[in-house]
Design a protein around this ligand. Structure first.
Ligand SMILES: [Zn+2]
Length: 243
């Protein structure tokens, strides 16, 4: 997969020196020459192509995690996700959705995992951005589960603060200035009374709606066939076939 892996240390050093002195344009061209996925995108290298347009190409992974594993990549060389233009990320996500739907229907699988390895620490091996679309079935036993880690409440609060601050910065959202403790107390007292009344009204309305829904669903249920009731909600394939 990596063209550099067969170099001697001396060759690698010489290559590093060469790269250091390149202009950004030369560097991009050099990356393209070294990148196996650029070769695939340009049709210079054979691949089991399942989709192609002017912006993206999708091929079957030669080392699939599961049968039918698709690699979807932009034709232009971008090493990591932060370098991808927003409109291209939108576009490639739309194609990923279509490929995932095609996979559910054509391969009759029950689900798909769609993921991006963004950076070496995240398991990115190729130096070309790509999305993995992996077909899944209930009992395929792929080690693609997300573990659950215990994080303390204060740490969670800190994480929330740090991340929100940066996200707001990125989206240009102005943050509310932290209020003084006494002001907060005042606000709490003022808010309490009207909130209660409002909540009561909302609760009453909600109960009314709930009643209506119950009435409707019991009416509907009695009409439904037994087998329809037994259908599993998470059966994506069934849902899609009924669209
Ligand atoms: Zn590339």
């Amino acid at each position: 997969m990596e063209p550099n892996s067969q170099m001697t240390p001396e060759q690698a050093q010489a290559m590093q020196e060469k790269v250091k002195n390149m202009s950004p344009e030369e560097l991009k061209e050099f990356q393209k020459q070294q990148c196996i996925f650029c070769h695939i995108a340009e049709g210079k290298m054979q691949a089991k192509k399942v989709y192609e347009d002017d912006k993206v190409i999708a091929v079957l992974d030669i080392n699939p995690a599961n049968a039918g594993h698709i690699l979807l990549l932009p034709k232009e060389h971008y090493a990591i996700m932060p370098l991808m233009p927003d409109d291209l990320i939108s576009y490639i996500s739309m194609v990923a959705k279509a490929l995932s739907n095609a996979m559910l229907k054509a391969l009759k699988v029950e689900g798909t995992n769609i993921f991006i390895a963004n950076g070496m620490s995240a398991g990115q091996k190729a130096q070309h951005f790509m999305m993995h679309i992996i077909p899944r079935n209930k009992n395929d036993n792929l080690p693609l589960t997300v573990p659950k880690m215990a994080v303390s409440k204060p740490d969670m609060e800190k994480l929330k603060e740090i991340v929100t601050k940066k996200v707001n910065e990125i989206f240009g959202i102005k943050e509310e200035k932290p209020k003084k403790a006494e002001d907060k107390e005042k606000e709490k007292k003022e808010e309490k009374k009207p909130k209660k009344t409002k909540q009561k009204i909302v609760d009453a309305e909600f109960k009314e709606i709930e009643k209506k829904i119950k009435k409707k669903s019991t009416a509907k249920k009695s009409k439904k066939k037994k087998e329809e009731e037994e259908a599993s909600l998470d059966d994506i394939t069934n849902v899609l076939n009924n669209l």
